[in-house]
Design a protein around this ligand. Structure first.
Ligand SMILES: Nc1ncnc2c1ncn2[C@@H]1O[C@H](COP(=O)(O)OP(=O)(O)OP(=O)(O)O)[C@@H](O)[C@H]1O
Ligand SMILES: [Mg+2]
Length: 617
């Protein structure tokens, strides 16, 4: 499992972590605490309250200008035309000029409104993307072990995109429709109470229609966004784990899985369209019936002269304006629905709190760094269990004196990596304390902790950027000379110098040229430059080849000098450089001594060592 394969262990784990595990974290919708969505929305809008107010005012004015049109038509028919017949041209000219002015004002105001609202929505999206990234990055390792990277990607792409669609395309129209409905109702009631009442009455069935559509579409949309997230997760996981996929001939099985997920997404899409069609047809029936009623009743009243023709014309024009956007209203509601579902999921993610929280009153490590090349690590009555599964460390006491190099060996699953992760504070103990020079790790602020403890793992991840940048990760202010010095000491300089652009080689573009072993050397140089008081190497030499063993030993000796070090290695040659060896079984230390003592004894380590010697012979 921990052998030097080209595929890092994490990728293999990813591959068998599909969403059917039933783990609550693995379900698409994180349990979003009640009120979290509203709170998120408020906090996003709070800093731009003034601009939201200005935007709203612009829209109010723009709608007033737009809705003046039919009123002017009514005035033209009932007053201006008769006056014109009586040779009074004034009113008609006034109407024409007024109409033009209103149209011009509406245009200018609309321009201002669109620009203002676009700026608001861009800022909201900017803020939200930043928050998702910062928050996800700050969440503890145990969260990331459960919440797959595919899901995180889906949060910051599909879900943010749904919000973008609403903000950029839907929301303005939605607000415009609602606002114009209010304006038009008031104007209709004012023009003619009876006709206005008929129009307003049509809102009752329309509202019922919209509500039922919202309810049903909401359900469908939630299903749809879960379905699309599953498609993305499957895709990302498969491509991330492409090596094990190939190695185990998983292609056909993956194809089948993907087809099922893809189909499910397609079906939910179909359901969404069906709801939409129902809504459009239903609302049109209501709209057209109302228009027919108004025309019929209005015509009767015009005939018996209880209604002016211009008022009827204006009423019909207003009704058209009222009902025209009704199809689109369904669409806006769609984007509103999916944005609401997305926002809920984002709020769920943002409501997650790190299980390894920052201290509220951080403490500093005693003394200056230069006086403490290494620091003492103490496990004080520690017990530890992962969130899922039983206790991995049952009551664990251990003192690692400052500057000591401790090798930890033991069978797979014994708890070696768990021990290491507790020292690096990827997790907090379930009970007891882990102390660094007497200070509980929980009381150290993140920067202080990272200066104190660095963990190098088998994965030796390289970030996009140059080799030099990757080495400088642990100390971004390092000079080029310091970077090269670190590489030289580790024995990585020669291969780096041989790369096409030397230290400036982009590791992503030519990533294929950097082997797993070379990646580990870069990781060593990185750790050396970071210069932590406590260094943990978890299988960090597993990809380094045997012929390079002596060089590796030298590199290790260099990187460990003076520090407190925990070295976890299956290869016993690496263990020989240790001052002390711990043999771990089932979360307990079963042997503890210098390599020489243990080899001379009769315990497990002596057996292991004998077998290893024999294998070399
Ligand atoms: N993230 C996790 N969630 C739940 N259980 C875990 C997790 N990581 C490890 N475990 C369990 O904890 C136990 C100890 O695991 P650990 O990784 O510490 O073993 P190890 O000694 O490092 O093994 P190896 O030599 O294979 O690396 C194992 O039983 C493992 O299944
Ligand atoms: Mg391990």
């Amino acid at each position: 499992m921990t052998a030097a394969t080209t595929a890092p262990a994490r990728e293999q784990e990813d591959d068998d972590r599909p969403e059917r595990t039933g783990d609550p974290f693995d379900r698409d919708v994180l349990p979003t605490p009640p009120g979290a969505t509203g709170a998120l929305l408020r906090s996003l809008l709070a800093p731009m309250r003034a601009r939201v107010a200005v935007t709203t005012l612009l829209l109010l004015l723009q709608q007033a200008a737009v809705q003046a049109g039919p009123l002017l038509v009514a005035y033209a028919i009932d007053r201006a035309v008769p006056a014109f017949r009586a040779d009074d041209h004034g009113p008609l000219i006034a109407v024409a000029v007024g109409y033009l002015l209103c149209a011009a004002a509406a245009g200018v105001l609309q321009y201002a409104f669109i620009t203002a609202s676009a700026r608001v929505s861009q800022d909201v999206l900017l803020d939200l993307r930043g928050r998702i990234f910062r928050h996800a990055q700050a969440l503890s390792i145990d969260f990331h072990e459960r919440y797959t990277s595919g899901r995180l990607i889906s949060r910051s792409t599909t879900d943010v995109e749904a919000l973008r669609e609403l903000l950029e395309e839907g929301l303005q129209e939605l607000v415009t429709v609602v606002l114009s409905a209010v304006y038009i109702s008031v104007l209709l009631l004012w023009l003619d109470l009876g006709l206005g009442a008929v129009a307003v009455a049509s809102f009752v069935p329309l509202y019922a229609m919209v509500r039922s559509y919202q309810r049903r579409a909401g359900r469908v949309y939630r299903k749809r966004s879960t379905a699309i997230a599953a498609v993305i997760v499957k895709f990302v996981e498969t491509m991330n784990g492409i090596r094990p996929v190939r190695a185990f001939r998983r292609e056909a099985a993956n194809d089948a899985d993907f087809r099922v997920l893809n189909r499910r997404h397609e079906r939910t899409n179909g359901d969404a369209l069906l709801e939409m069609a129902r809504y459009v047809v239903g609302s049109r029936v209501i709209a057209n019936t109302t228009v027919a009623l108004v025309v019929l009743w209005g015509a009767y009243r015009v005939a018996d002269a209880s209604l002016a023709l211009g008022v009827l014309a204006a009423a019909v024009l207003y009704l058209r304006r009222l009902y025209d956007p009704i199809d689109r209203l369904g669409m806006f509601l769609n984007s509103y629905q999916s944005a609401a579902a997305s926002l809920e999921k984002i709020a769920g993610l943002l409501a997650q709190t790190p299980s390894v929280p920052e201290p509220s009153a951080p403490r500093e490590l005693p003394g200056r760094r230069s006086e403490h090349p290494g620091r003492e690590v103490v496990f004080d009555a520690v017990r530890f269990a992962y969130r899922t599964g039983g206790e991995v460390l049952p009551r664990f006491d251990l003192t690692l004196p400052a500057g000591q190099t401790v090798a930890v060996v033991g069978s797979t699953g014994a708890g070696k990596s768990t021990l290491a992760k507790l020292v690096a504070r990827f997790y907090d103990p379930t009970d007891g304390r882990v102390l660094l020079d007497g200070v509980d790790l929980r009381e150290l602020a993140a920067p202080e902790l990272r200066r104190g403890v660095v963990m190098v793992t088998q994965e030796a991840f390289l970030f996009s950027g140059t080799v030099a940048e990757n080495i400088a990760l642990g100390r971004p202010d390092a000079t080029r000379a310091e970077i090269e010095q670190a590489a030289k000491e580790i024995g990585a300089h020669d291969f780096i110098a041989a790369l096409p652009d030397g230290y400036d080689t982009d590791v992503r573009k030519r990533g294929g040229r950097i082997s797993a072993g070379q990646r580990q050397l870069v990781a060593f140089a990185r750790a050396l430059l970071a210069d932590p008081a406590v260094l943990i190497l978890d299988e960090a030499t597993s990809s380094l080849d045997i012929p390079g063993e002596r060089a590796v030993q030298r590199a290790m000796a260099t990187v460990l000098r003076g520090r407190t070090a925990v070295v976890i290695a299956h290869r016993l040659s690496t263990v020989e450089i240790a001052d002390r060896v711990l043999v771990m079984e089932r979360g307990r230390i079963v042997e503890d001594g210098t390599p020489a003592e243990l080899i001379a004894g009769t315990g497990r380590f002596a057996d292991l060592h004998r077998a290893w010697r024999d294998s070399l012979a």
